[in-house]
Design a protein around this ligand. Structure first.
Ligand code: PLP
Length: 454
């Protein structure tokens, strides 16, 4: 049909296996190193933090990894998620581009994060784990893991970055509704938290600090594991359902993307939509341009260094090679809390280094303007993070108009903004500023990178 707006798949079309890009890379990514010895770590080094099934997925080079039936069963609640053709947005932009968006805001927590939260809770449950500690920025990950914990009867303890804890009380309430505990970070509950508070009692927090606190809690107790909502290979793996479904849906539309756009915090929703297509390209299929959009104020891919760094501020994690701003870097307090991480997924960093993807940095105000335009055309008000992908896609569509060519643009509308209304109110009241990162802070954080031969 030439005027179709949404492409829907039946529940039976939920993917049966996740797609693992490690099978198709022209060159393997750099190994993860032990911070003490500088040697590659083995599965046992990660065992205090993660169940073995997830550690195996972390290093697997199998192309397809079967999705356990209990996980697929829960996916049924919102998957396959719809793929929309943004016909009214196209008209408003007066562009010849064909704009498609995969909408992950239909999940119970309102974003793509439950795709991995449910899988992680399942494997922890299988391993007999009773408690999981984690961190959250804007609260999307915390509420997703809280939801998954409720389904698998696992206690969830969430360290929430303090600025977001104060900005987003309803996210906190959602986590508590699912039965989780939510603590503002830095907190007095951990050594890492106390050390930061001593130096700066009003510290706004950062994902790096919250990760330190959650890792510390998990490392200290046998029945508690840690879960991360982004960055790690197994998280990107679980998110591949997004791109795999989009592929089948674009087939229904008899189309194929020329450009794929996603926002990047830690890289998981971006990899989720892009990697299945990139894999096809690497296996000799059609070439597709892939654009990562990050905040100009936390620009790991565009301004960071591709180097070994810690995943957290207190340096409790192993060393991973990634695009990083330095683990002590604290970005200004802009509203896309999910994009305030100093590093980038090693797999996303690796394909960036190989020249397989591009990256751009955008300021928040034009992104909010794009979000409002989407609300007024398509009716969906995106999460501030998702606005970055949307704005990136709109810019691509406007390029099509300038050049007078029609391209298919696919972007990941990775979450709705219903818990982010304060941010929109601030935007309407013209209270938002397009703050840049502090160049001195960045220089200092980069100078503090660990010295490891890469
Ligand atoms: C967490 C989150 C992000 C950032 O994480 P990625 O791993 O980069 O996807 C982006 N958008 C939304 C809606 C989120 O919840």
């Amino acid at each position: 049909m030439s005027d179709t707006v949404k492409y829907l798949l039946d529940e039976s079309r939920i993917p049966k296996a996740w797609y693992n890009i490690q099978a198709d890379l022209p060159k393997p990514p750099a190994p993860v190193l032990h911070p003490g010895t500088g040697q590659p770590i083995g599965p046992d080094d990660l065992a205090p933090l993660f169940p073995m099934a997830l550690i195996q997925q972390e290093v697997s080079t199998e192309r397809e990894i079967e999705i356990p039936e209990p996980v697929r069963d829960i996916y049924r609640q919102w998957r396959p998620s719809p793929l929309f053709r943004a016909r009214r947005l196209e008209k408003a932009l007066d562009t010849p581009a064909r704009i498609y968006y995969k909408y992950e805001g239909v999940s119970p927590a309102g974003s793509h994060k439950p795709n991995t939260a449910v899988a992680q809770a399942f494997y922890n449950r299988e391993a007999g784990i009773k408690r999981i500690s984690t961190e959250t920025g804007a609260g999307q990950w915390g509420s997703s893991l809280a939801f998954a914990g409720a389904l698998f009867d696992i206690e969830v303890k969430v360290f929430m970055v303090r600025v977001s804890y104060n900005q987003k009380p309803y996210r906190r309430a959602l986590m508590e509704s699912y039965g989780a505990t939510c603590i503002p970070s830095p907190s007095p509950e951990t050594q890492s938290g106390r050390a930061i508070l001593e130096k700066r009692p009003d510290h706004p927090g950062s994902l790096g600090i919250a990760i330190s606190e959650a890792v510390e809690v998990a490392a200290q107790s046998d029945d508690t594991k840690y879960a991360l909502g982004s960055v790690l290979n197994h998280v990107l793996l679980h998110q591949s359902v997004v791109g795999l479904e989009a592929m089948a849906q674009l087939e229904l539309a008899d189309d194929y993307p020329d450009v794929i756009v996603g926002c990047t915090g830690g890289g998981s929703n971006f990899a989720g939509i892009a990697f299945p297509f990139l894999g096809e390209q690497l296996r000799g299929g059609r070439k597709v341009r892939i654009v990562a959009v990050e905040p100009a104020a936390c620009p790991s891919l565009t301004r960071g260094r591709f180097a070994y760094d810690f995943g957290d501020t207190a340096h409790l994690t192993p060393l991973v090679k990634m695009h990083t701003l330095g683990s002590t870097f604290t970005p200004p307090g802009f509203h896309a809390g999910g994009l305030r991480y100093h590093g980038m997924a090693p797999l996303v960093s690796h394909v960036m280094d190989l020249g397989l993807i591009e990256a751009v940095g955008l300021h928040q105000k034009p992104c909010f303007a794009a979000g409002v335009q989407l609300a007024r055309t398509e009716g969906i008000l995106p999460a501030p993070e998702a606005n970055h992908a949307l704005k990136g896609a709109i810019d691509e569509a406007l390029k099509c108009k300038e050049e007078g060519v029609s391209r298919a643009i696919l972007f990941n509308l990775c979450g709705h903004g219903h818990f982010d209304m304060q941010a929109y109110m601030d935007y309407f009241a013209d209270k938002l500023v397009d703050q840049d990162y502090d160049p001195d802070e960045l220089a200092m954080a980069l100078a503090g990178l660990p010295s490891v031969a890469a």
